[in-house]
Design a protein around this ligand. Structure first.
Ligand SMILES: Nc1nc2c(ncn2[C@@H]2O[C@H](COP(=O)(O)OP(=O)(O)OP(=O)(O)O)[C@@H](O)[C@H]2O)c(=O)[nH]1
Ligand SMILES: [Mg+2]
Ligand SMILES: [Zn+2]
Length: 343
């Protein structure tokens, strides 16, 4: 019997330091996991409070959706403090001591993650796990896009192993040539960018084609049209069922309250997420920040001082490139803002 690092999950009572120690311990060496016959693999599709909704479909079972709880002791093959996130692949022990409720006993390794600092306190909030790309959603109006936020989200995507892309919605609200010019820098640095109107069905197909394989996370401020885009692309039967799980509160507005995983086809899925107000970066080192600004890479090896923070040093190639217009000054401003926020 292989040894497992099984962690007791009474975490709420722990101090910061102990939590950190726990997180470190959670990297499991043996990857063969618990080989109990009864365990079933499933995908976490949404989380509401302490209830985890999982889907067995993609792992060859016809059990459909199931509501689970987290076992008191759980094995995690990743080292992040948030044990279970939407998109995780888990092992479920069906029907046990809880009666009707099944339990999640293991979380598989994450191939990628989108993390930020949670709104409540200094904790890591894993918005989604195991996705291939982040489609950063923004709008031409109500609310007007914020480039500083877009740049933060790009950094976070790259850190977590996701391919970033931008989708600017509501192009019916603003002259298109203004929008294209104002956001031209993203195309210049090689990022896919789509200008669409979900409501009026403009260019929605080009986005659908772009995300037609792999798992795509939709993230951005509230009201930019994430759910509207999802609804245009996907009208599957499960959609309604999944929506009913957690949108019961409904006060007229259709605002999304928890992340939800929608399988679009055999090889593609979309994770719709709740609107964000801000996006504070989690666990990033000042020294590695420049590597997440891909257009800086052509310059920073030529800085006079190594290491160079590219903020005040004389002979800084990055700063020179900004002055010569080779690096976009607003992108550089985003860099400085993030640099300042990392103390
Ligand atoms: N003018 C215009 N309005 C749109 C467009 N797409 C969506 N909307 C409207 O924008 C509002 C918000 O859309 P949602 O899809 O709910 O936005 P969301 O990003 O999912 O918002 P949260 O779930 O709160 O994060 C709705 O009233 C939509 O009808 C568009 O292309 N043009
Ligand atoms: Mg929504
Ligand atoms: Zn420099």
């Amino acid at each position: 019997m292989p040894k497992y690092d099984i962690i007791n999950q009474d975490e709420e009572k722990l101090g910061k330091r102990e939590k950190w120690k726990l997180a470190k311990k959670r990297t499991i060496v043996n990857k063969n996991s618990l080989t109990s016959e009864s365990l079933m693999r499933a995908r976490v599709i949404t989380i509401v409070g302490k209830n985890y909704f999982v889907d067995f479909g993609e792992f060859g079972s016809d059990m459909g959706l199931m509501e689970c709880r987290r076992a008191g002791k759980i094995v995690a093959q990743h080292s992040q403090s948030q044990l279970i996130a939407v998109g995780d692949i888990v092992k479920v022990e069906p029907d046990n001591d809880f009666g009707e409720i099944s339990t999640i006993v293991e979380v598989e390794e994450r191939s990628s993650y989108l993390s930020r600092v949670s709104i409540i306190g200094e904790k890591e909030d894993v918005v989604a796990a195991n996705a291939d790309r982040l489609l950063i959603m923004a709008a031409a109006a109500d609310p007007f896009y914020n480039k500083r936020l877009i740049d933060r989200m790009i950094v976070s995507a790259v850190m977590g192993g996701l391919e970033p892309a931008i989708c600017l919605n509501k192009i019916d609200q603003m002259p298109l040539d203004f929008l294209k010019e104002d956001l031209a820098v993203y195309e210049k640095i090689g990022m896919p960018i789509f200008f669409i109107s979900a409501k009026n069905d403009l260019n929605v197909q080009s986005v659908a084609d772009y995300i037609n394989s792999g798992v795509t996370v939709l993230s951005g401020p509230s009201g930019v049209g994430k759910s509207s885009l999802l609804n245009k692309i996907y009208q599957g039967e499960d959609a309604q069922k999944i929506l009913e799980i957690s949108e019961k509160s409904g006060k007229g507005r259709h605002t999304t309250s928890s992340a939800k995983f929608f399988r679009i086809s055999e090889n593609s899925a979309i994770i719709d997420t709740p609107g964000i107000r801000e996006f504070a970066l989690w666990n990033i080192d000042r020294g590695e920040l420049p590597t997440y600004f891909r257009e800086f890479q052509d310059f920073y090896d030529d800085c006079k001082f190594i290491p160079c923070t590219h903020t005040h040093e004389p002979g800084c190639s990055v700063k020179n490139a900004v002055e010569e217009g080779l690096i976009d000054s607003e992108r550089y401003q985003s860099y400085l803002n993030i640099f300042d926020s990392l103390k």
